[in-house]
Design a protein around this ligand. Structure first.
Ligand code: ZN
Length: 370
């Protein structure tokens, strides 16, 4: 070993001696051996780092991903997994199928997840509300988890999820109602059975639903104070009154008073909640085949659901923004000071009813109904 001695001065003026040891040059064979060990170590450890770096991401099932996935347009009659575009870091595998009852299901297998999850999207929203009961689709969303034919006590599903590290939520938009929940992975199958039962055989009794009127009313009052909602209401108000977009979509205490009989809400449910009108996503630790089998078994409860009547034919709807309603200047008093530029335009044929609206230059977007 060679020794190198350096002298520096500390801030008190005294000398501070440092002794540095410099190794002799390592012989070539040892250097080659050392480099080989380093390269081998990197190759071995890299996959471990890869999984560790993804741990945070896979640990948490993102609700927006579930909702997005349950809105995917899946090809009918085909089991496939190759059409999902995903990141190279995404270790999850995706497989979709159409069950015998017509329900489209996407299963996501993630062996590392600490929570399982499921989501179901029903192609019904405020546009399908009866004209005299705005908010009916929203009320069904609020009432669906209140009990089913086997669990008649209110909120037992919520309690079940809470006991197993989970929770649920739902929202109603113009043309979709979406339900989603998370649960401990070992309770996924049991939760799917219960979820399926709620979707197919909810109680929807008028007495228990009336308690939800006040929840919807408080959402309505809260929305009145939100600036983004104010603009949204104005945009809706400017639409053609003959188009359902013009209506008060979330409903409130006043509009829901028009609901007099449970039969109306049950008929609405059976008209729209049938397998061909729904898409589900199941997310769990099991491999894809097991998840598909689990979905097939649990969602078979939906088999008996047949629409009593054909869903509304929306093709006959008038345009939401005919020519005379475009290019109009409107002054309004905003709820808050601010500078926003929202650019919105109707796109014919972009959605089922011919009303496709996208916010492009707005950072806040339009929140969904809760
Ligand atoms: Zn709500």
């Amino acid at each position: 070993m060679n020794k190198l001695e350096a002298v520096v001065f500390n801030n008190r003026g005294g000398p501070l001696k440092l002794k540095l040891k410099v190794a002799k040059k390592m012989p070539l064979p040892q250097r080659c051996y050392l480099w080989a060990c380093i390269i081998f170590g990197i190759i071995t450890v890299l996959p471990l780092f890869h999984y560790m770096s993804r741990w945070e991401a896979v640990n948490e099932v993102k609700e927006e991903d579930l909702i997005r996935l349950s809105n995917l347009d899946l090809e009918e009659g085909l089991v496939y997994s190759g059409n999902i575009i995903k990141s190279i870091l995404d270790i999850k595998s995706y497989t979709s199928t159409v069950l015998e009852n017509g329900l489209r299901v996407l299963v996501v297998s993630d062996p590392l997840t600490s929570l399982a999850a499921a989501s179901c999207d029903v192609a019904v929203g405020s546009f399908q509300d009866p004209p005299n009961i705005p908010g009916l689709a929203h009320l069904v969303e609020h009432g669906l988890f209140l009990g089913d034919s086997e669990h008649k006590e209110a909120n037992t599903f919520e309690q079940f999820l809470a006991e197993h590290s989970g929770h649920s939520n739902a929202f109603t938009s113009q043309e979709n109602t979406n339900y989603y929940y998370k649960v401990s992975p070992d309770k996924l199958e049991e939760s799917l059975h219960r979820f399926s039962l709620l979707l197919s055989h909810p109680l929807l009794e008028l007495e228990s639903l009336q308690r939800e009127y006040h929840a919807i009313q408080s959402e309505f009052l809260k929305d009145k104070l939100e600036s983004a909602r104010q603009v949204w209401r104005l945009i809706k108000h400017m639409a053609n009154p003959s188009h359902p977009f013009h209506r008060l979509s979330p409903g409130n205490l006043e509009t829901l008073q028009n609901l007099q009989h449970s039969s109306v809400i049950k008929e609405f449910h059976s008209k729209h909640y049938y397998p061909e009108n729904m898409r589900c996503v199941v997310y769990g630790r099991e491999d894809s085949q097991d998840l598909l089998e689990m979905s097939r078994k649990c969602f078979s409860k939906l088999t008996n659901m047949k629409p009593r009547s054909e869903p509304d034919q929306e093709k006959g709807w008038v345009s939401a923004y005919p020519e005379e309603r475009l290019g109009v200047w409107v002054d309004y008093e905003p709820l808050r000071e601010g500078n926003d530029l929202d650019m919105i335009w109707p796109v014919t044929g972009a959605s089922r009813c011919g009303l496709g609206m996208q916010y492009t230059c707005s950072q806040r977007g339009i929140p969904n109904q809760r």
